[in-house]
Design a binder for this molecule. Structure first.
Ligand SMILES: Cc1cc2nc3c(=O)[nH]c(=O)nc-3n(C[C@H](O)[C@H](O)[C@H](O)COP(=O)(O)O)c2cc1C
Length: 278
């Protein structure tokens, strides 16, 4: 998992070709088996753009900044599930990593896509929402110019330094990675996670055997994207990377909702969840 996390990058140039039915079925089966940490009832679906195009629902070929993507993974979530964003982020990211292990390319799409049409194709119900989709396919041999431009403008290769993300006990005390043992690797897996516009809104404070996850909310960004809480999806993705890396390293623990009310928490920080070791 940690190796896959290190290797994964958003792919925005696909070869446009079909994937084998057993690969798609395997992804659906895998998704159905991932336990959402907050227990939301998710419905998972794969859209084949070719089939949809035959029904004249999509424009041909590429979609937005993504070139040649034929498949889209989606998770539909009931509107009344309070933790639907985090759970959708967690489960879809698990599928993204699984797909990476199969040599497939993926790219999260949360901003500009036709939610109505994708929803219709997936048979979305009135009580459901479509938080985001993930473009899926085999990477093209050559990356398109658009691909390189988007990656460059999102600074997709860059990540914030650990001192800006992980803290020990207090917000003004960066966590020392040297003394963190195997947890340093686990946190590095969080740091490498994809996030909407590469904003990296995850913050973690360690207090004893608890890792407390916070969302450093960018309110302007959230206001620009009213249809989905992309930043809470980011936190679900971070939880996925944290849990998978920890369990792989034999580090055990549980997710719990226990706000530690760390003093001096900035006003735009939202407590999300805690991971308790043991
Ligand atoms: C919730 C979410 C939504 C995203 N939406 C888009 C999108 O609409 N279009 C796009 O090109 N990339 C999108 N991305 C991909 C990010 O820009 C990308 O993950 C980030 O720049 C880091 O680059 P990397 O994935 O290559 O490591 C999204 C990522 C996440 C997690």
């Amino acid at each position: 998992m940690r190796e896959l996390i290190r290797r994964r990058r958003s792919c925005r140039s696909f070869d446009g070709r079909a994937l084998e039915a057993q690969v798609l079925e395997g992804l659906e089966r895998y998704a159905a088996g991932v336990a959402a940490p907050f227990g939301s009832r998710l419905r998972f679906g794969v859209i084949d753009n070719e089939k949809v195009r035959a029904e004249n629902l999509f424009s041909a070929g590429s979609y937005g900044m993504i070139k040649g993507a034929r498949y889209y993974l989606a998770a539909l979530v009931p509107r009344d599930e309070p933790r639907r964003w985090e759970d959708a982020g967690f489960v879809l990211e698990a599928v993204v990593l699984h797909a990476a292990g199969l040599g497939l390319g993926t790219c999260w799409i949360g901003g500009v896509f036709d939610r109505k049409r994708f929803g219709r194709v997936l048979g979305i119900r009135a009580d459901e929402q479509l938080p985001a989709v993930v473009a899926l396919g085999r990477p093209a041999d050559k990356r398109s110019l658009r691909d390189r431009l988007v990656r460059w403008s999102a600074r997709g290769d860059r990540r914030k330094p650990v001192d800006d993300l992980f803290f020990a006990g207090r917000w003004n005390s960066p966590m020392a990675m040297e003394g963190a043992g195997q947890w340093a690797q686990v946190l590095e897996s969080v740091r490498l996670a994809p996030s909407a516009s590469n904003r990296q809104p995850w913050r973690i404070v360690r207090l004893g055997s608890d890792f407390h996850f916070y969302l450093a909310r960018d309110r302007t960004y959230s206001a620009m994207m009213p249809l989905a809480d992309l930043q809470r999806i980011d936190l679900g993705i971070a939880m996925c990377h944290f849990q998978f890396s920890a369990f792989e390293a034999g580090l055990d623990g549980k997710w719990r909702d226990q706000d530690p009310r760390v003093s001096g928490t900035p006003a735009n920080y939202e407590y999300i969840v805690s991971f308790t070791i043991g």
